[in-house]
Design a binder for this molecule. Structure first.
Ligand SMILES: Nc1ncnc2c1ncn2[C@@H]1O[C@H](COP(=O)(O)OP(=O)(O)OP(=O)(O)O)[C@@H](O)[C@H]1O
Ligand SMILES: [Mg+2]
Length: 226
């Protein structure tokens, strides 16, 4: 199986304002294969979002080795890192992070414009995604007119617009009712499996954590395979 991510001896320390240090992750090793689905569960404050930020190339301030598609990210300059992040990684968050001034369609299109793709192709791709996620009828509306579940479907469509190899989802259903959460998680897991995308998702919900093929718990500064 092809490796997408290989991390060894990862250590993450936050410097706190009073010169104390917080050792959050220590000696963590992790391999993520292409087309795999991984869940991470763990108590609040244990470092799940911190770990996802590192995995998503948003935080390079750590000790240890991180290879993304066999390249050491420490040897990639910041411009190329943001390029990889934009092209290959999609993010989904608990609070959706849609831009309120933009329409649903414009929100989905936005990450693709960074790559200067053909706008007509991008528009078609975005509409296809909005159809798949059954939100096409609201494409010209502003996000604040949508329900939480609808906003999350838009955010998921946005995370897919650049056809990423990896999606990182941080408590994507943390802000939704149970029925809507069930629908979104079921749909999303099927979608990534059918499109050869690797997914790493953080959840507080044991039922959702169990739905992944590979299940980890972040505890005592390290990942424990369940
Ligand atoms: N920039 C920062 N500087 C200092 N400490 C930080 C910083 N970011 C996060 N922390 C601390 O690191 C710890 C882990 O935070 P993180 O957000 O990764 O936890 P989490 O596991 O995602 O929690 P939750 O389940 O509540 O989302 C917390 O104690 C937090 O206060
Ligand atoms: Mg978090």
């Amino acid at each position: 199986m092809n490796k997408l991510i290989e991390i060894s001896n990862l250590k993450k320390i936050y410097n706190l304002s009073n010169k104390d240090q917080l050792l959050l992750i220590d000696n963590l090793n992790l391999t993520i294969y292409k087309n795999s689905i991984t869940s991470i569960i763990g108590p609040s404050g244990c470092g799940k979002s911190t770990l996802l930020n590192i995995l998503g190339l948003l935080d390079s301030n750590f000790h240890g080795n991180y290879f993304f598609e066999s390249k050491s990210i420490k040897e990639i300059n910041s411009k190329n890192l943001s390029n990889i992040r934009n092209k290959k990684i999609g993010f989904v968050h608990q609070f959706f992070h849609l831009i309120p001034e933009l329409t649903v369609l414009e929100n989905v299109i936005l990450p693709a414009l960074v790559q200067h793709d053909n706008i007509l192709d991008v528009n078609n791709d975005a509409c296809k995604l909005l159809e798949i996620f059954e939100i096409i009828d609201k494409k010209n509306m502003k996000p604040n007119k949508l329900s939480g579940g609808e906003q999350q479907r838009v955010a998921i469509a946005r995370s897919l617009i650049n056809k990423p190899n990896l999606i990182l989802a941080d408590e994507m259903t943390g802000n939704l009712d149970e029925k809507t959460s069930d629908e979104i998680i079921n749909f999303f897991l099927k979608f990534v499996a059918n499109h050869n995308i690797s997914l790493i998702y953080v959840t507080h919900n044991k039922k959702y954590a169990e739905m992944a093929k590979i299940k980890y718990e972040l505890r005592n500064r390290n990942l424990i395979l369940k």
